[in-house]
Design a protein around this ligand. Structure first.
Ligand code: FES
Length: 255
């Protein structure tokens, strides 16, 4: 884990209210694994750092962060320009695991849940795996642009209002792909996880999910990110953010 002070290379609004920031961060990018996150210092007015998933790395020295504007910290970052300084701590947390014997990877990205999965897809493609991405959003203009995805991914799109791809939810089409997949990964809203947890078809195949919760320290010190699991209380920042879906007691999770 490193704390670095760096400069922003670019800040693009990819979808309304969703930004992609690129920063030079060799100390973090070189060792980051898919699923990990960084804690970002958000200027002088906000004391607490904010967690952000590592979206992609490039050339082992550039870090991409994709985020929704959901509060003061992400609003602050959305206003940062090229050349502005950024203070980051990371990489933090555990990561998605890819079994060497697995050939077919199924990824479910609900909305901003695409944030950590792109890095995973990038790594899986690099290892010669076959990757299918189920990409969902509420409406077409909230869909992550497919041209920004790593090449070689098969993408199936759903939107809730039917303005792009198939009308409906990702969880409607998930059962069609479970038999195909060797490993399954998901990131999205709580309601998506709760629905998957009630779909019994996947039970033979564990699903790795990434949890996004409020964090105080990101380092396992404040217990502000504790959640109840079937194996006792866990800290999302230190024991996660990646968990097996079955491990979480979903009725008790508040995000
Ligand atoms: Fe402080 Fe996890 S955020 S313990």
């Amino acid at each position: 884990m490193k704390q670095i002070s760096t400069a922003i290379i670019s800040n693009t609004e990819l979808m309304p209210g969703v930004h992609l920031v690129c920063a030079k961060a060799p100390g973090i990018a070189a060792t980051a694994r898919p699923g990990q996150f960084v804690m970002m210092n958000c200027g002088q007015e906000l004391t607490l750092r904010r967690p952000l998933s590592i979206h992609q790395v490039a050339n082992s020295n550039q870090l991409y962060l994709l985020f929704n504007i959901v509060g003061k910290g992400t609003l602050w970052l959305s206003h940062c320009q090229k050349g502005d300084s950024l203070d980051l701590l990371g990489p933090l947390g555990n990561s998605f695991s890819i079994e060497p014997a697995s050939k077919k990877m199924l990824l479910l990205a609900g909305g901003i849940g695409i944030a950590p999965l792109t890095f995973l897809a990038q790594q899986a493609i690099g290892q010669g795996k076959s990757v299918t991405l189920l990409l969902g959003a509420s409406t077409a203009n909230q869909l992550y642009p497919q041209q920004a995805l790593p090449g070689g991914i098969q993408t199936i799109v759903t939107t809730e209002d039917g303005s792009a791809g198939k009308k409906g939810m990702l969880t409607d089409i998930l059962p069609d792909f479970i038999d195909w997949a060797d490993q399954i990964y998901a990131c999205g809203p709580l309601a998506m996880y709760q629905t998957i947890a009630t779909q019994k078809q996947h039970m033979e195949k564990p699903i790795q999910i990434s949890l996004e919760v409020r964090m105080g320290c990101g380092l396992g010190a404040c217990y502000g990110c504790s959640i109840k699991t079937r194996h006792g209380m866990k800290q999302v920042c230190r024991d996660g953010p990646v968990f097996n879906l079955e491990e979480i007691i979903w009725q008790e999770v508040k995000i």
